[in-house]
Design a protein around this ligand. Structure first.
Ligand code: GLN
Length: 497
């Protein structure tokens, strides 16, 4: 019998729709896989066995009644624990939300349910999505299925690890500075940060509201496109949601082709700090794009060098304001409420106990950067850099259709290596951050294993805002050519757990 956890989402959906498989059998296979391996991987913070089986049963009943099923009906999914889920704990990887059960679903959660996607549970993440390794989770780290002593990326390491360990064929991440793309790169999976405003943020617990964006994670480009289509589209509950048709991502994924496309290699994303094997795989991918008929040129984006500095002022500033709501009175943890203490004291005791060191560091940094007297020097300057980065992209996209770069400078690093060195940790997002600052769309997809350590390398594709379909068109072409030539790294070479 075929192992149901090895199928793609598209294959699974087709087999359920045709009656060859039941959604319940598919859900059970994945729940059994979680039971077998997640003690080692620790991708999930919460597994909703009963809820998943009930959703799966509903799909099978729908089919039995002859009702039409959606393109992902019955397909299991792992949801990052930063989206609210009615009746199911939502912690954001933080102790401060331990025990909180949201009274409502995020718009994204609702859309998944409406599409009959089977939500298996909630995945581990860096606390409030701050980090690049999932080591900032208050609930312990997640292992990279390729090598459990290494990080699965972050902040969405639980989602990427669930895919790479075949616990789920689909997952959801959020990308504020790279938290979908970097985990995808280091686990040999596909992750897409849609155009800012393309996927609703209603019910996505805010870290940095002008940067946060939910998006699809999967093992293939087509699966990511199918999920993208389900979660994207206008939402009146999110004031920054774009009121325009969703770019034709599935059509693009089905028609992968780069012939005649103009592709720009970002000049600034190379040099010191980039692992040799990462650059080697990246150069081979560029060569492949050329062979497939793309016109490749080098493009300079001089302001990208300042993106990291600008990001680490803007994101903490917004976070210091967004996280003010965790006051010990409204949600989750409450410390020191003995009936005599004033509310302010309870709030500070709760925040002292409930937030981890990285979150505290950022709240302090952000509060400082926003304080009067420093606002112009720090936050104001960072916003100006943001404008320069946007202009670099605008200029680049006058010359090319998409940009490409490595997704991350290195492959997965060992757990513990950077945890006490925030600057080293921040460097993991060097290549991903400019797209968040500019609000455009970007994807990471596997482009082989680095020769020196045998670990996955990610290729990043960047497209202009609302041209998300270009990511899928190029991504699908690369994936097909790559697999034909060298095989698929995750499907063929991933070590068994
Ligand atoms: N690693 C980056 C940070 O720590 C990005 C996180 C994210 O995209 N959520 O802020």
């Amino acid at each position: 019998m075929t192992d149901l956890t090895r199928l793609t989402a598209a294959e699974t959906a087709a087999k359920i729709a045709s009656g060859e498989l039941t959604a319940v059998a598919v859900a059970e296979a994945h729940l059994a896989r979680i039971e077998a391996v997640d003690e080692k991987v620790h991708a999930f913070l919460h597994v909703d066995r009963e809820g998943a089986l009930a959703q799966a049963r509903a799909v099978d009943e729908k089919r039995a009644r002859g009702e039409k099923l959606g393109p992902l009906a019955g397909v299991p999914l792992a949801l990052k624990d930063v989206f609210t889920t009615e009746g199911i704990p939502t912690t954001c990887g933080s102790k401060i939300l331990e025990g909180w059960i949201p009274p409502y679903d995020a718009t994204l959660t609702k859309r998944l349910k409406e599409a009959d996607v089977v939500v298996l549970g909630k995945t581990n993440m860096d606390e409030f999505a701050m980090g690049s390794s999932t080591e900032n989770s208050a609930y312990g780290p997640t292992g990279n299925p390729w090598d459990l002593t290494r990080i699965p990326g972050g902040s969405g390491g639980g989602s990427s690890a669930s895919l790479a360990s075949f616990q789920a064929p689909l997952a959801i991440g959020t990308d504020t500075g790279g938290s979908i793309r970097q985990p995808a790169a280091v686990t040999g999976t596909v992750g897409v940060k849609p155009t800012y405003g393309g996927v609703s943020r209603f019910g996505l617990v805010a870290f940095s509201s002008s940067l946060d964006q939910g998006g699809p994670c999967a093992r293939t480009v087509l699966d990511a496109a199918l999920l993208h289509e389900v979660i994207a589209g206008h939402d009146p509950l999110d004031s920054t949601s774009i009121d325009a048709p969703v770019p034709p991502v599935v059509e693009a994924a089905l028609g992968g082709d780069v012939r005649g496309m103009r592709i720009g290699v970002v000049k600034e994303f190379a040099g010191e700090g980039y692992q040799a094997g990462v650059m080697q795989r990246f150069s081979e991918s560029v060569e492949l794009l050329r062979e497939l008929g793309a016109e490749v040129t080098e493009i300079s984006c001089p302001s990208f060098d300042k993106a990291l500095a600008a990001y680490y002022l803007i994101a903490p500033s917004e976070c210091s304001s967004n996280l003010a709501r965790f006051d010990g009175l409204r949600y989750g943890l409450r410390t020191g409420d003995d009936g005599t203490r004033p509310a302010e004291d309870v709030t500070s005791l709760t925040r002292a106990e409930g937030f981890g060191p990285e979150v505290k560091r950022r709240i302090m940094l952000g509060t400082y950067a926003l304080s009067s007297g420093y606002y112009d020097a720090y936050y104001g300057s960072a916003q100006k850099v943001r404008t320069l980065i946007k202009r670099d992209f605008e200029k680049a996209f006058e010359q090319v259709d998409v940009l490409v770069s490595p997704t991350t400078p290195t492959t997965a690093f060992p757990i513990g290596e950077r945890v006490d060195d925030p600057m080293a940790m921040y460097l993991a997002d060097l290549c991903t951050i400019p797209s968040n600052l500019a609000g455009n769309a970007a994807m990471s997809l596997p482009c082989g294993l680095a020769p020196e350590d045998g670990l996955p390398v990610g290729l990043q594709i960047i497209a202009p805002a609302m041209k998300d379909d270009r990511l899928y068109k190029v991504g699908a072409a690369v994936e097909a050519a790559f697999t034909a030539r060298w095989g698929h790294p995750l499907l063929e070479e991933a070590p068994s757990l």
